[in-house]
Design a protein. Structure first.
Length: 322
């Protein structure tokens, strides 16, 4: 029984680590794609734009690491009771070290925003404040907590400022993340459960944010801001990507045995899918080269995650290649 429990804890730890790595990859893809599409409004992406692309990567990595570290700090007592094997809960690292790491990650994000210039610093301040609000309070209130991840991911795709050059990208990211957050809340059987009043409030909030992300930019932006140059058929690419995500998540749910590990697998799938979704929006904008690059990067990420899973499996013998 003890060996089984130890194996279950190791599997949960491995799944959580892989989910975080997968999400980090997806967020980098989204941030870089948002900057690429913003640059293409004025001119083709060239060597002079490399600092801006690196800045987008630094912001995504820095904010992601900062959010993870802050989450571990806020959940310290909970992890000591429910997940004592985690590094902070077990005492292998101290709270001061994690706080220092969170600060360093935020500094990395600030440096990235400096490379981007323009409104990026202001956007970064809003995103960092949103992360703090989510970790400290919002995630315990379903009507707000289910909305915040979508807002943060959408904001990451708008590092170049508002209005976004392609409003459909942040809006679709926001909508998918809200729906996914609600699904995860139900699958994980989290408390408090979303009541009808909370669902109604979430729907109203979704409508308000949709107006800010989609309706207003389309009304005030230039014709190229619409996002598909008058050819609506290219919007099939993101639609196909969304259908693929639904199929993958449905498969995960059909084979679900443990709610925690099922959530980790759903998050891992979503992180990889974000690379495909970013590629689909590059196709929408006619950036086929960037789309191919993102597809190659996504394939490499899948292979890297498989290798990471084997390395974290705890098997001291040979790797079990599949």
């Amino acid at each position: 029984m003890d060996d089984g429990g130890q194996g279950e804890r190791e599997g949960t730890r491995r799944g959580g680590a892989m989910a975080r790595v997968s999400l980090a990859f997806g967020l980098i893809c989204i941030a870089v794609t948002g900057v690429v599409l913003a640059i293409r409004v004025d001119h083709p992406v060239g060597p002079d734009d490399v600092p801006a692309l690196l800045g987008a990567m630094f912001v995504a990595v820095g904010l992601g690491l900062h959010g993870v570290a802050m989450n571990d700090l806020f959940d310290l007592r909970r992890d000591q009771a429910l997940a004592p094997s985690r590094m902070l809960a077990s005492g292998r690292v101290g709270p001061s070290q994690v706080a220092l790491f969170a600060t360093a990650a935020l500094i990395l994000a600030i440096l990235g925003a400096g490379l981007l210039g323009g409104q990026s610093i202001f956007v970064l301040v809003l995103l960092a404040s949103g992360l703090l609000f989510y970790n400290a309070m919002a995630r315990f209130i379903p009507a707000i907590g289910l909305l915040m991840p979508g807002v943060l991911v959408a904001g990451l795709s708008m590092l170049s400022g508002w209005p976004p050059p392609v409003p459909w990208l942040p809006w679709s990211l926001f909508t998918v993340c809200v729906a996914l957050g609600l699904l995860i809340h139900i699958v994980a059987n989290k408390r408090p459960r979303p009541s009808p009043r909370a669902i109604a409030g979430l729907t109203i909030e979704w409508l308000v944010v949709s107006v800010l992300l989609l309706v207003l930019p389309l009304r005030v932006g230039a014709p190229e801001v619409v996002g598909y140059s008058g050819n609506a058929w290219v919007l099939l690419w993101p639609c196909i990507a969304i259908v693929l995500l639904c199929m993958l998540l449905g498969r995960r749910l059909r084979h679900a045995r443990n709610s925690v590990r099922s959530v980790d697998r759903m998050l891992r799938t979503t992180g990889i899918w974000l690379g495909l979704f970013a590629a689909s929006w590059c196709m929408v904008q006619g950036a086929q080269g960037w789309a191919i690059g993102l597809l190659v990067a996504t394939a490499m990420a899948v292979l890297a995650l498989g290798l990471l899973g084997e390395l974290l499996s705890g098997d001291r013998g040979s790797l079990n290649w599949r």
